[in-house]
Design a protein. Structure first.
Lengths: 401, 205, 453
């Protein structure tokens, strides 16, 4: 025994126990839908976590090859159902990119408005369910209280609360209703102070910090290697946001908007004076940072929504009519990535001259984000698995499509 | 014959608990599943705690529940759950071990019986119930004082030879507990497994 | 030979009916047992129903919603009953992999343990099913048995999640018994008795007589006790055994219907139990902040007025215990859950040392800094003390006194005059009793052994 003591390859383990192979999911409360994780555990320690996907596969890409570009909009809704506006936007933009069709100025601001509002809603759900994953039920209902108001706003605009099909190639299905902007303004005013509540309940809560700080650390190199994106990538300290760094066709939307990419630089996040400081235990790239990036992005999106409302008011004209169902797509292909709440959401479209695309392919952000699971969950405790999966904020609808 | 109203309920409770204790002790012997054994043992020890309560030794009864049932047996089942339980799920006793156990068990029983029958007070039932019930509550204090190093029974002991040997129980108690601690730490150390880091990476252990 | 059941309530009931039954009578013993059993079962069941409703209501308010509002008219106060009926009507499912016998028994083991502990819990002066001299120890011991039901459930379910829940539970509860015991020992050695009725009565009088205000260490140790109590009854943030986000539902994953309900009743029963224990050990038990009935003189008057005073005491006790449970509910709906290693760290690195420091501190306070000062240091308890702690007698001493008085003289030869060197025997022939009621140095080694062992 003593001969091993100097050997660096020998890992001292606690009392040896039996290995157990357990299935987490697909009907597990904290795998966010129908993800199945095969865990190999040694007591409470997870030595291997393998994600299995495909339980929500609905052939969305194949369906896209049988429908007209406008008919495909409802199917994009059902990919990331928590951020359906952003999905609509991604598809609308790629079709427009192929058609080289510019939406009017007012339509541009409307799209920013909707996309950012939905980002707030999506991050609120991410925050609430993350609380649930850690065993704290209350933040979930607080988050849903605010999200309800966003859904009310969406409902007023398009009649739907989850699957909007609002932003279409060419513009949107309708303009904002009378008095909508005032309601939205009132909502934003109400949201700002309650964000403090969330920080008290979660971000700066001692138990929360102990559960998340230093858990599931994803280094910047690994984050890039695995193609992660969105808050997961920025939580690892990589300064990359498609709204600033993406395709000109997409960044054009955010032309002349003022915002800062939420990423830690020199130990500080932009505008983090008003928010809890980074705890000493937190390591860049851990679950706490991923969560914190989302929380700050809510604030960022609030600012963007305010700017969008101001510009929308100032803009003249309409916001663009949806393209005709039979509008033929020119022969060729287009690929466009947008910054959805969960990261880089890419639509690839190949057309052969018909209104029905020849090939549709979707690049899912959650899929890549999930792929780091087996790296970061190795050697953690069972309780850390929900903490890591929750901080990745996956939506199975988007992964399986 | 006693009528129902005149029956000695104390004896009834005694027989009830005694039968439960013996019955579950037999169940421990004859069951093959280790967790079931533990469960029967809990019931057996619980029933014997009931016997202690009947005699008024509440402290001993509570101690029995806490240490054996709440502590030892929980740890036992914990250990079974943590380790490969397939080995323990069915424990069949070979007949050779039965015979050995019978010999050892009956020898112990004979020893205890003969020792018990030599105490003159225990051979015959004591008709003076009031005296017993007054005495029952005094059991815990001398024990506690003894642990603290004060032997209260020294005061009534007249034999000087016996008196010389009557020291407190503190030192033996401490020695026993430290010995137990050493054993536990040693067991934990022995159980620790050393594995190579490379083996863990491959997922094969 | 011990008396099996406290006959006070039965005698009172029978006295009103004009019947007299001797305690050694079979019918008397059975009747007394039944009366106590039914009363306690009623308390536990009603408490569980009340807390299920309160939990939903408090959780609702904390979460910015209303909670149940419909069933039973206002406030949804019959919600728990509706839940119960639903649970009764559910199918009793047993997994094929399960160990049938243990799977069926496990909920009863849990509930029986939680219920049995109530036998030693006094609700008011003398309102206890069984006068047990080491009641504190008994309650801790029996409460520790509840874990066995959980372990059996986890093992017998044949589900890996249940097994994990059971493993966590056993590790957690066995660990938390240590600091819990240490915390409980502090009031025990201050009072010099483990008899809960006596401990409660020693806090007679004003608010300042509560043991939590005895000295800074007892104040601190209460919080350690409360933390450990939450952990030992498996409530959030220590509810690892049923951690729904990690282990689906932990040990009761495979349970449904009434069997599942028994686990719940056990949980709420133990919550009330540990809160009740805290009430007696730290918050004066059945004595309110203002001794209204003592000032009126009703508490020692006998007859109906004393009964009313005792009833008010029971209400007092229940209110304090319910406040304790409400705090547990509040904590549950506010904090995220700890991880298993953090739960263990909290126990071994914080609770146990803190409890030990408080133990030593309170011991020092009680013994005048281990003999440096002339006597016990000043304590707020002395502000409006009714009488000296040492003058309170345990119930069996009182009974022995009464018996001695009845017999006229009861000097029994051959009985060791154990404590003759320390205290003046104040009961003829019964020298032993004085020992238990003596304070400080004499009481502590006894009780320390009890708590740690």
């Amino acid at each position: 025994m003593a001969s091993h003591l100097g050997d660096p390859r020998v890992v001292e383990f606690d009392v040896r126990t039996d290995e157990m192979l357990i299935n987490m999911g697909p009907q597990h409360p904290s795998t966010h839908g129908v993800l199945r994780l095969a865990l190999r555990t040694d007591g409470e320690i997870v030595s291997e976590a393998t994600p299995h996907i495909g339980y929500l596969h609905r052939c969305a890409e194949k369906i896209g090859e049988n429908l007209s570009h406008r008919q495909y909009i409802p199917y994009t809704d059902r990919m990331d159902y928590l951020a359906a506006m952003n999905m609509n936007l991604g598809w609308a933009l790629v079709v427009e990119k192929l058609l080289k069709h510019e939406v009017p100025e007012r339509g541009r601001h409307l799209r920013v408005l909707m996309a950012e509002l939905n980002r707030i809603a999506s991050h609120l759900v991410a925050m609430g369910t993350y609380g649930l994953d850690l065993g704290s039920f209350t933040p979930f209902l607080y988050a849903f209280r605010e999200r309800e108001r966003i859904l009310d706003l969406f409902e007023e605009v398009c009649g739907a609360r989850l699957t909007y099909s609002y932003i279409t190639p060419g513009g949107a299905t309708g303009d904002l209703t009378e008095g909508w902007l005032e309601k939205c303004e009132a909502f934003l005013d109400q949201l700002a102070p309650v964000i403090e509540e969330y920080h008290t309940l979660l971000t700066s809560n001692a138990v929360f910090i102990r559960r998340t700080a230093g858990i599931g650390v994803l280094s910047a190199e690994m984050a890039i290697d695995y193609g992660t994106s969105g808050p997961v990538l920025r939580g690892s300290g990589v300064d990359y946001d498609l709204r600033r760094d993406g395709d000109p066709w997409y960044t054009g939307l955010y032309r002349d908007y003022k915002y800062e990419v939420i990423v830690q630089k020199d130990g500080h996040y932009p505008k983090d004076r008003d928010y809890p400081p980074v705890p000493a235990e937190a390591v860049l790239g851990d679950s706490w940072h991923r969560f914190y990036v989302r929380m700050l992005e809510v604030v960022q999106s609030v600012e963007l929504v305010r700017q969008a409302m101001e510009r929308y008011r100032a803009a003249k004209g309409d916001c663009g009519a949806p393209l005709k169902l039979t509008q033929r797509l020119p022969k060729g292909e287009a690929y466009l990535e947008t910054e959805a709440p969960r990261g880089q959401m890419g639509f690839f479209l190949v057309a052969d001259g018909n209104a029905i695309p020849w090939r549709v392919r979707v690049r899912s952000s959650s899929f890549c984000n999930l792929s780091i699971t087996h790296e970061v969950c190795r050697g953690c405790l069972i309780a850390d698995v929900p903490a890591v999966i929750g901080s990745l904020d996956i939506v199975m609808g988007e992964i399986d499509r | 014959m006693m009528t129902l109203a005149g029956m000695d309920w104390h004896a009834i409770y005694f027989w009830l608990f005694a039968l439960l204790t013996c019955g579950f002790a037999l169940a421990v012997l004859f069951s093959a599943n280790v967790v079931r054994m533990a469960f029967y043992l809990v019931l057996c020890l619980g029933a014997s705690a009931g016997l202690f309560f009947l005699t008024g030794a509440e402290f001993v009864a509570a101690m029995q529940l806490m240490i054996y049932v709440g502590g030892t047996l929980v740890l036992l089942v914990f250990g079974v759950m943590l380790t490969a339980h397939s080995r323990f799920v069915s424990l069949r006793t070979p007949s050779g071990e039965w015979i050995l156990a019978l010999i050892a068990g009956s020898a112990l029983l004979a020893l205890l019986l003969s020792a018990a029958l030599k105490v003159p007070d225990w051979v015959k039932a004591n008709p003076d119930r009031a005296a017993i019930s007054a005495a029952d509550v005094e059991a815990t204090t001398p024990i506690g004082m003894g642990f603290a190093g004060v032997r209260v029974d020294k005061l009534s002991q007249t034999d000087p030879q016996l008196l010389g040997g009557m020291s407190g129980y503190l030192l033996p108690f401490l020695i026993v507990s430290i010995h137990l601690l050493v054993v536990l730490i040693g067991a934990a150390y022995m159980a620790r497994a050393k594995r190579r880091a490379a083996a863990v990476d491959e997922g094969a252990v | 030979m011990a008396e099996l059941i406290n006959l006070q309530i039965l005698n009172r009931l029978l006295g009103w009916a004009g019947v007299d039954l001797p305690p050694s009578h079979l019918a008397g013993a059975v009747l007394a047992a039944l009366v106590h059993g039914v009363i306690l079962l009623g308390i536990v069941a009603v408490a569980a129903m009340f807390f299920i409703w309160a939990e939903r209501k408090v959780a609702g308010r904390i979460q910015d919603r209303l909670g149940p509002t419909r069933v039973g008219g206002r406030f949804g106060w019959l919600q728990a009953l509706a839940d119960g009926i639903k649970l009764l009507s559910k199918e009793d499912v047993r997994p094929r992999e399960a160990d049938a016998l243990l799977f069926r028994c496990a909920p009863y083991v849990s509930f029986a343990a939680s219920f049995t502990a109530y036998l030693a819990l006094p609700f008011s002066d003398g309102w206890v099913a069984q006068h047990i001299n080491s009641a504190v120890f008994f309650i801790l011991a029996v409460l520790g048995l509840e874990v066995f039901g959980v372990i059996l459930a986890g093992y017998a379910s044949g589900s890996k999640w249940s097994l994990f829940g059971a493993m966590r539970e056993s590790a957690q509860v066995v660990s938390y018994e240590v600091p819990l015991g240490l915390c409980v020992v502090v009031p025990v050695f201050i009072c010099g008795t483990m008899n809960l009725v006596t401990i409660g009565n020693m806090q007679t009088g004003w608010l300042t007589n509560w043991l939590v205000f005895h000295d800074p260490f007892t104040f601190a140790v209460f919080w350690v006790y409360f933390t450990c109590a939450i952990a030992s009854v498996n409530r959030a943030p220590f509810d690892l055994a049923e951690a729904e986000s990690e282990l689906v539902a932990g040990f009761h994953t495979e349970y449904s219907g009434m069997r599942w309900c028994y686990f719940f009743m056990a949980e709420y029963g133990s919550m009330l139990l540990v809160s009740g224990l805290a009430t007696i050990l730290f918050f004066g038990g059945w004595h309110g902040p203002v001794p209204v009935f003592d000032m009126l003189g009703w508490s020692s008057m006998g007859g109906v007025l004393q009964y009313v005073a005792e009833l008010a005491g029971a209400a007092n006790f229940l209110i304090k215990a319910v406040v304790g449970v409400t705090v547990m509910i509040w904590v549950r709906w506010t904090l995220p859950r700890l991880r298993i290693d953090q739960v263990m760290t909290t126990c071994l690195k914080y609770c146990t040392p803190l409890a030990a420091v408080c133990f030593l501190g309170a011991l020092g306070w009680q013994t005048g800094m281990f003999g440096l000062a002339a006597g016990p240091l000043w304590s707020p308890n002395q502000l409006m003390a009714v009488k000296q702690r040492g003058e309170y007698r345990e119930s069996w001493v009182l009974k022995a006194e009464a018996a001695a008085a009845a017999e006229g003289s009861a000097a029994q030869a051959g009985r060791p005059a154990a404590s003759g060197d320390r205290d003046e025997p104040d009961v003829s022939g019964e020298t032993e009793p004085a020992r238990s009621s003596a304070t400080g140095a004499v009481g502590s080694p006894l009780s320390r052994k009890g708590g740690v062992g």
